[in-house]
Design a protein around this ligand. Structure first.
Ligand SMILES: Nc1nc2c(ncn2[C@@H]2O[C@H](COP(=O)(O)OP(=O)(O)OP(=O)(O)O)[C@@H](O)[C@H]2O)c(=O)[nH]1
Length: 378
């Protein structure tokens, strides 16, 4: 311990056995665990603790007052008045004696007359302790963590009221420590809850992503990556309802590869698959971003053309027919027959599909590689 006026450093005065002062009947390991659980050691100064030592010094009328925590090999001061040292070796600590009897104030009226302290470097040297009184910091678990103590450089005694006040201050410090630990625990619980919440949200997001993927998969044709029949049915229903609501024109194309069985038979199923992929790309290349291209089944494709008049749809169909014919990389050139249906006067999506199908059939009958329109009888 060094006084504010200087003196031997803690390391210079180190050397006496700390264990000498350990209480025989107190589980020191548990006491240290208790002390560590407050996470107070080596923390910065805090007003609440500083106020306690000011009060202790004032009430007991001493130049020095400390809140000392007795660690394994040192005593560390959470708050100090009249002393600049942050800690001293436990072997020199008066407080290490005070905690042996946790429910009593240890009072040393004159250290030079006490065999335990007369050769203590803190007595013989700086800060020249003659009087010491320490009230142990007794926790609910029964461990004494340290003391609230007062020190003077002259021999003296505390009055009964000063001694009681010192004990009251010591209890206040224990309350402060308990509050600190409870707050830290609450913060930990809150952090754990936030973490758990984040984990739950991540899981939720992942599940939603997986669901979206799954939904996407159930609506996509695996060979061509176009919308499948299921997706087509929904899209057509939606577009049909919208066109009725907004009185906007809607057209549907049914595209069927010609003589596809013969292609398959001639070049095999794998080549047939490749041809279907090329056809899908050719159709897509002629569609606008808001058109819907779907694989209706087998070698049949559908194109929903929202906001499209019949003459425009016929042009798109022609372009698709040309695009199929122009596919490069097939084992032999491919053609497609295309049926066009127009929504005017049509009362259901199902009927629109029937009309497109009929038109496509007309194109087949007409010699294939053609675009046909089927006009229903009035
Ligand atoms: N490679 C391959 N072939 C398919 C697939 N789906 C359907 N097909 C074949 O497409 C062929 C369609 O034959 P058809 O319905 O007789 O029609 P087509 O030979 O194209 O004759 P038209 O339509 O009259 O011009 C069948 O041989 C089916 O096996 C597929 O995913 N991959």
């Amino acid at each position: 311990m060094t006084s504010s006026s200087g003196g031997p450093s803690p390391t210079q005065t180190q050397g006496k056995s700390a264990c000498m002062h350990d209480p025989a009947n107190l589980d020191e390991k548990l006491r240290i665990e208790d002390l560590r659980s407050f996470n107070i050691l080596d923390t910065p100064a805090e007003q609440a603790y500083d106020d306690v030592v000011s009060l202790a010094s004032y009430i007991c009328d001493t130049p020095i007052a400390l809140i000392s925590l007795v660690d394994e090999d040192r005593q560390w001061f959470k708050a100090r008045q009249g002393l600049s040292a942050m800690e001293t070796p436990r072997g020199q600590a008066f407080c290490a004696h005070a905690i042996v009897e946790p429910d009593k104030v240890l009072e040393v009226p004159d250290a030079l007359l006490d065999a335990r302290f007369l050769d203590n470097p803190l007595v013989t040297g700086d800060p020249g302790i003659r009087f010491y009184a320490g009230a142990p910091l007794l926790t609910p678990s029964g461990a004494a963590l340290g003391t609230v103590c007062v020190i003077d450089r002259v021999p003296r005694k505390l009055t009964e009221r000063q001694s009681l006040a010192l004990q009251a201050l010591s209890r206040q410090v224990v309350q402060l420590l308990a509050l600190r630990r409870a707050n830290a625990e609450l913060e930990l619980v809150a952090k754990a809850q936030t973490l758990r919440q984040q984990q739950l949200e991540n899981h939720q997001r992942r599940i939603e992503e997986l669901n979206q993927d799954l939904q996407e998969q159930t609506l996509t044709d695996p060979l061509t990556a176009l919308k499948n029949r299921r997706a087509f049915d929904t899209l057509l229903a939606n577009e049909f309802a919208r066109s009725q609501r907004s009185k906007s024109p809607l057209c549907l194309l049914m595209v069927d590869a010609d003589h596809f069985k013969a292609y398959n038979d001639a070049f095999g199923h794998v080549a047939g698959d490749q041809a279907l992929m090329f056809i899908a790309l050719a159709i897509k290349s002629q569609a606008r971003a808001y058109d819907h291209v779907a694989r209706y089944g087998g070698e049949e494709f559908c194109v929903i053309l929202p906001d499209t008049k019949l003459n425009e749809a016929l042009l798109v169909a022609e372009r698709i027919r040309e695009a199929i014919k122009g596919i490069i990389g097939l084992r032999r050139p491919m053609t497609g027959s295309i049926g066009v249906a127009y929504s005017e006067g049509v009362n259901s999506p199902k009927r629109l599909v029937e009309l497109a199908d009929n038109a496509m059939y007309l194109a087949k009958q007409g010699g294939r590689d053609r675009v046909e329109l089927f006009l229903p009888p009035i």
